[in-house]
Design a protein around this ligand. Structure first.
Ligand SMILES: Nc1ncnc2c1ncn2[C@@H]1O[C@H](COP(=O)(O)OP(=O)(O)O)[C@@H](O)[C@H]1O
Ligand SMILES: [Mg+2]
Length: 227
């Protein structure tokens, strides 16, 4: 393959793939809106599903209005839209994550396995620098952090395999938030009463990574990611 040539079948993600992932995530958030609201009703203020739905709908509109020329531009459009349109904790947190991912892949025309790992890791670092949560605090970091570790460990197996591993790890991390007592965000105001409920942000993160895994698996014609 010539340098710079795209190779979607071999596991490179194009700008169109990134846009398609955003469109699909917006659809998934819309169909899980009530579930995310219910999770947030239990330990927060019942707005996570609406926050994410409003933000991702606006992100899709922004990408349609001004089509991005690179994966980084697509990620930056999502970031700025989320920061602008979504109140509450999740908008700035996801916004910062997308912004750091954009910066991390700034010069790439297509994203190979190492770029995807770099982007995911940068997103996590952005989240942590913004929200100061650690693993075990019962936040979206509990899904992101194991996802990044799993992605890095599977980087040698290609994009589809690494995002499948990340999605599996994120879902495990999401489920592991249930017994935890929240130490960050609104849920922490409940203290011990936050235990016994799955974290909404960890849930929306697991949904995001599953979208990436399903899309990459389709693009690569493999069945990775359906586990
Ligand atoms: N400091 C933080 N670091 C990481 N994630 C956080 C933090 N605070 C809250 N969150 C995440 O944000 C989610 C809540 O988002 P949302 O309901 O949209 O905002 P708000 O809490 O302001 O109502 C939580 O479930 C948690 O995953
Ligand atoms: Mg909320």
């Amino acid at each position: 393959m010539a340098p710079g040539e795209s190779d979607t079948a071999g596991g490179m993600a194009t700008t169109d793939d990134v846009v398609e992932a955003v469109v699909r995530y917006a659809a998934v958030v819309s169909s899980h809106r009530q579930e995310l609201i219910d999770l947030d009703a239990a330990i927060g203020d019942a707005d996570h599903g609406e926050n994410m739905n409003r933000g991702m709908t606006a992100a899709v509109q922004a990408l349609e209005a001004d089509p991005p020329g690179s994966p980084a531009e697509a990620l930056k459009t999502v970031a700025t839209t989320l920061i602008r349109k979504v109140g509450g904790a999740a908008g700035p947190l996801y916004g910062t994550a997308f912004l750091r991912a954009s910066t991390a892949v700034q010069d790439r025309e297509t994203l190979g396995p190492d770029d995807v790992v770099t982007g995911l890791r940068a997103a996590l670092e952005g989240l942590v620098s913004r929200g100061k949560a650690e693993v075990g605090d019962k936040t979206m970091v509990d899904a992101w952090s194991p996802a990044v570790d799993a992605a890095a460990a599977a980087a040698g197996d290609g994009v589809a395999a690494l995002v499948a591993a990340a999605a599996d790890a994120a879902e495990e991390g999401m489920r592991a938030t249930t017994p935890l007592v929240a130490r960050k965000g609104r849920a922490s105001y409940l203290g011990e009463r936050s235990a016994g409920h799955q974290d909404p942000g960890a849930t929306s993160t697991a949904l995001l990574l599953r979208v990436l895994a399903d899309l990459a698996s389709e693009r690569c014609g493999s069945d990775a990611g359906t586990a």
